[in-house]
Structure formats: structure tokens, C-alpha cells
Design a protein around this ligand. Structure first.
Ligand code: MN
Ligand code: MN
Length: 364
């Protein structure tokens, strides 16, 4: 039995809500164990305070859903059927008087909401997004195991990427090498589009890999992650090809120091704002404060960006079982971009990292 689903049901009872209507595929996977990308079709999970929950899927997915670990009912709909009248029918046959319905206001498109509302015009609709976010905050041991495994695959991706580096190879060719090998080895999906940026291209934190080729004496930045059994990894390494400029190397040393300043302070009770400050202070004191243009980190789990946000001035208190990234960077336009990123799980008295590729200065 899925513990997360139990917790949600308990919450519905406590809050005196009749049901929750979930349509975000990632949250459906989190609560049901059934993973799917339904594209434009409707995939929904109905969870009730007291009645049996059900999954509602396109008919062509119904067989897969029944074979998944989901132990409850699955209803399908054909492309020529009106899914909303069927959803309303199944909901009402579970409970005829549904009055208080929790929906994901951040993820339920207005058109879908209006369809749902048309069948339950007397109902009140409350936002379940904050509850789902807080449920996802503390990971179970099973979730952490999957994230450890996803981390190992990110390490494997770095290994493939580092081996591919040679004079003249383009950023997009290195990306292709990494993803080709991982797919052959069984990884179906990356957490996000693999980023390989060379030289001053890496001075854009969210740059796009292109035709720029690796040149001697510059950095190559890799930011990547995989999805393993529904859980993500996310890590960044910046490695030298040859001998980068003195300033580029100086930036590397500062980012590494900032990374360690934050990483060594992670433990239950510290705030997200303090962690950000520890890393940011190192960079600011070295004179590069205005070139660290993003927060220190973000939560991750079944999605690659979730709570908590490790950012300046946040009083959010870190607790055991939370997972997030530590990723300081310095982006100096025209010179170089350096970021070092690992994701961690908070333990009783510190943290464990998911990725183990060395982050000391490395030149190949
Ligand atoms: Mn990243
Ligand atoms: Mn990240």
C-alpha cells in the first residue's frame, strides 16, 4: 500500500474534504506509483476521504495502469468519448454528494477546471498544492534509495562526457554521446536537457549547448541528471581542458570553497537562508558577488525542482529527510562560467551527497 496515498486520505478526513482531484502526472506517479506522460489526453487520480480511490486514464493506457503497482480501480476513456462526463459519472458513483473538492490550482488548467466545475457547480474547490508540496518535502528511505541510484547514473553520465572531450568536438556532440550511451544502458529519460557548455558559453547559467567546439585551455561545464524509477538526479561539474587562464582558475577555487562552506553546514535546524549566505559570503568576499546570479539550491525528488528553495533571507528550517541541491556558481561574461553542484539528503547530523564524481580542480 502506498504510504503517501494513505497520508493524503488521512489529511482529507482531517480537513473534512470529500475528495482530491489530481491531474499532474508527476504527482499522480508520486501518489499512485503509476508513471505516465499522457500528452494532451487526460490522466487523473481521484482520492476520497472514505471511498476507494481510482485512476482515470486514456483507454490505450489502461492495461499498463492495471499492470502497475496501483492496487485500486482503473477506468479508461476512448478518444471519441467525453472524458469529463465519464469522470463525473465515476466520481458521483463513489459519492453522490461531493461538496468540498481539493484541486491542484498550480497545475489544473482553467479549461479542465471549468469542465469539472460544470458537473459540481455547488461544490467548493480548495487548493491542494501546498499540501502536496509539504508531503514531498521529507523523503522516505525508499525514495532516498532511488535518488542514490539516480545519482550513480549522473556519475556515469559525467564519466561518458569527460571521455568524449577532445579538441574540436562540439557541445551538442558531447550531449549526444552522453545520452546515447545512457539510453543504451537502460536510462529512459534525463531530468532536464543535458547541458554541456564550453568556455565563455558557460557564463550563462541556463545556456543552450550548440555548435561551439571545445578549445584548449578553457573550462567545460556539464549540468545533467537522469530519472531513475521516477526519481531525479541533478549535478554539475566544471572541468578544465588544458590550462585555463589564471582568473578562470581563481573563479574555480572560489566556487569550490563556497560549495564546501554550505555543504559542511547542512544539518537539521539550519535555515535555507543561512546555507545560501555561507556560500554567497565566500563569493562576495572574493569580489564576485554580483556574478553569482541565482539561489544556492532547490529541492528535488520526483521532480527536479521542488521545495525547499535554498535562497537568500529564507527562514525555512531544514529537517532530516529533505533533499536539495547545493550549486554555487560564478558567471563572468566573456571569460568563463563555473558551477559546482551536488544534491544531498539531510541526515540526523549532516548530509549525504547523491553524486560522487570528484569536484576538485581537474584538468584533462
Ligand atoms: Mn543542475
Ligand atoms: Mn540544480
Amino acid at each position: 500500500m502506498n504510504k503517501q496515498l494513505d497520508k493524503l486520505q488521512e489529511w482529507l478526513v482531517k480537513e473534512e474534504l470529500d475528495m482530491a482531484f489530481i491531474n499532474e502526472p508527476n504527482t499522480i506517479a508520486y501518489l499512485s506509483g503509476y508513471e505516465s506522460d499522457p500528452h494532451e489526453r487526460i490522466l487523473a487520480l481521484a482520492v476520497f476521504a472514505t471511498e476507494e480511490p481510482f485512476l482515470f486514464t486514456p483507454e490505450l493506457e489502461k492495461g499498463d495502469a492495471l499492470k502497475s503497482e496501483w492496487p485500486h480501480a482503473v477506468y479508461g476513456y476512448l478518444d471519441n468519448e467525453d472524458p469529463w462526463s465519464l469522470i463525473a459519472h465515476h466520481l458521483k458513483s463513489r459519492k453522490s454528494d461531493l461538496n468540498s473538492i481539493a484541486i491542484e490550482k498550480d497545475f489544473l488548467p482553467v479549461g479542465r477546471f471549468e469542465k469539472l466545475q460544470s458537473y459540481f457547480s455547488a461544490g467548493s474547490f480548495l487548493d491542494i498544492t501546498p499540501k502536496i508540496q509539504s508531503m514531498k518535502l521529507i523523503k522516505t528511505p525508499e525514495e532516498i534509495d532511488k535518488m542514490m541510484e539516480a545519482g550513480k547514473w549522473a556519475d556515469r553520465a559525467f564519466e561518458i562526457g569527460f571521455n568524449a572531450i577532445k579538441e574540436g568536438i562540439s557541445e551538442e556532440e558531447i550531449v549526444a554521446e552522453i545520452e546515447y550511451h545512457l539510453k543504451k544502458e537502460g536510462i529512459k529519460e534525463m531530468s532536464f536537457e543535458t547541458m554541456v557548455l564550453t568556455g565563455d558559453n558557460a557564463a550563462s547559467p541556463h545556456g543552450t549547448p550548440g555548435k561551439r567546439q571545445v578549445q584548449s585551455n578553457e573550462f567545460v561545464l556539464f549540468d545533467l541528471g537522469v530519472i531513475y524509477n521516477g526519481y531525479t538526479s541533478d549535478a554539475t561539474r566544471t572541468i578544465a581542458f588544458g590550462e585555463p587562464s589564471k582568473q578562470a582558475k581563481e573563479i574555480y577555487a572560489i566556487v569550490l570553497e563556497a560549495y564546501h562552506a554550505a555543504l559542511s553546514a547542512v544539518k537539521p535546524g539550519i535555515t535555507a537562508g543561512e546555507l545560501d549566505r555561507l556560500a554567497r559570503d565566500v563569493i562576495t568576499k572574493a569580489g564576485y558577488g554580483s556574478y553569482f546570479t541565482h539561489r544556492l539550491g532547490h529541492g528535488l525528488g520526483s521532480s527536479v525542482h521542488e521545495f525547499p528553495s535554498i535562497m537568500q533571507d529564507s527562514g525555512f528550517v531544514i529537517q532530516e529527510g529533505m533533499c536539495f541541491s547545493i550549486e554555487p556558481g560564478i558567471y563572468l561574461p566573456g571569460v568563463a562560467g563555473v558551477r559546482i553542484e551536488d544534491c544531498v539528503v539531510v541526515t540526523k547530523d549532516g548530509c549525504k551527497v547523491f553524486t560522487h564524481t570528484p569536484n576538485v580542480y581537474t584538468s584533462i
